[in-house]
Design a protein around this ligand. Structure first.
Ligand SMILES: NC(=O)C1=CN([C@@H]2O[C@H](COP(=O)(O)OP(=O)(O)OC[C@H]3O[C@@H](n4cnc5c(N)ncnc54)[C@H](OP(=O)(O)O)[C@@H]3O)[C@@H](O)[C@H]2O)C=CC1
Ligand SMILES: Nc1nc(=O)c2c([nH]1)NC[C@@H]1CN(c3ccc(C(=O)N[C@@H](CCC(=O)O)C(=O)O)cc3)C=[N+]21
Length: 295
């Protein structure tokens, strides 16, 4: 079997068209565009690239982008003050603080300071609680994008066995909650999981969010499974830089029914679901009926 390659870039582009249309409707009604504030502390080159592409995409879809870059030695107090200022700013609908923060800063208290109505990253404990309770809140961008791709591939996920490898607050935990809400039977695996290959081998859906280059081998994958690869690791091979996922793509593609590539799979969806969440936050904050985005 040769797997179908799931084109996250194309799916994200389609979603972007619908978001742009609804952003224009919002702008007409509200007299201002939906606004996204992105906060970057320090100068990690990968983070700088992501933050820039988020700002560029927001503007492309007709949203306002407020980019705040703070120096590496920013104090907790300065960062908390900025979050408070963004919370109070009526023109800001979404706030994203790029992670990881420099080590001297406490990320959890920064995240907790974000107004949950503006928590477009879905990282606030209240957002996590809404998701677990099945209440409408904002869902972490990457898992939301993965779910959209899975539903597009499979239609109903009900009754399927899913495994999520990785249990971070950003990806693994919310991913498992979303799959559970879709009536999957969910296994959550992590660094202490025993017999990971065997557990992966039982799953109809594999979501890998580990951060270890190509650790999940094709032989582990059940024939006909759908594989979503969240991981992004930079490796040097034959003297050239490559971006690879957590799944050994070549071997997994011989067994899976469908698989996301890296790059071009989950990554573009993460940026587009951030735009999706910003739009939803803008509509909710204004008390407008939230539009259907077909996702
Ligand atoms: N494409 C995209 O849009 C995005 C990509 N990413 C990428 O996804 C990856 C994961 O990100 P994130 O969740 O933030 O990472 P974290 O480092 O926060 O979490 C990694 C998780 O993987 C688990 N883990 C580590 N090693 C193993 C192992 N050998 N076997 C099984 N589980 C293991 C850890 O277990 P334990 O809890 O026991 O330590 C942990 O739960 C990274 O490569 C990141 O760059 C992240 C966000 C968005
Ligand atoms: N508060 C917070 N929220 C995040 O969502 C968040 C974060 N912090 N910190 C870091 C991770 C990582 N992340 C990615 C986003 C897009 C791509 C992406 O677009 N990747 C492209 C390739 C880009 C390239 O070539 O480097 C792709 O996969 O096709 C990847 C990774 C968001 N994260």
């Amino acid at each position: 079997m040769t797997a179908q390659i799931i084109d996250g870039k194309a799916f994200a582009a389609g979603l972007g068209d619908r978001i742009a249309e609804k952003a224009a409707t919002f702008t007409e009604k509200a007299g201002r565009a939906p606004g996204l504030a992105v906060v970057l502390v320090g100068s990690d080159p990968a983070s700088e690239i992501y933050v820039r592409s988020k700002g560029r995409m927001a503007r492309k879809l007709g949203m306002e982008s407020f980019e705040h870059t703070l120096p590496e030695d920013t104090t907790q107090e300065t960062l908390m003050d900025l979050v408070a200022q963004l919370n109070a700013d009526e023109t800001v609908d979404g706030i994203l603080v790029q992670l990881p923060l420099p080590r001297h800063l406490d990320s959890l208290s920064v995240i907790e300071a974000i107004d949950p109505a503006k928590d477009v990253d879905g990282l606030h404990p209240l957002s996590a609680g809404y998701l677990t309770s099945g209440l409408p809140g904002l869902v972490s961008c990457t898992p939301l994008g993965c779910l959209m791709l899975l539903k597009d591939q499979l239609g109903s996920l009900s009754g399927l066995d899913a495994i999520v490898v990785g249990r971070s607050i950003l990806v693994g935990k919310p991913m498992a909650q979303l799959l559970l809400a879709e009536n999957c039977t969910v296994t959550m695996a992590h660094s202490r999981t025993a017999d990971l290959p065997e557990k992966v081998g039982k799953a109809d859906i594999v979501v890998a969010a580990v951060g270890q280059a190509e650790m999940i081998k094709g032989e582990w994958i059940k024939e006909g499974a759908t594989v979503i690869d969240v991981g992004t690791s930079r490796v040097i091979r034959d003297g050239e830089k490559h971006l690879v996922g957590d799944v050994d793509f070549a071997s997994a593609a011989t067994r899976a029914r469908a698989i996301t590539p890296v790059p071009g799979g989950v990554g573009p969806m993460t940026i587009m679901t951030l735009m999706h969440n910003t739009l939803i936050a803008a509509y909710r904050r204004k008390g407008y009926d939230v539009p259907e985005l077909g996702a």
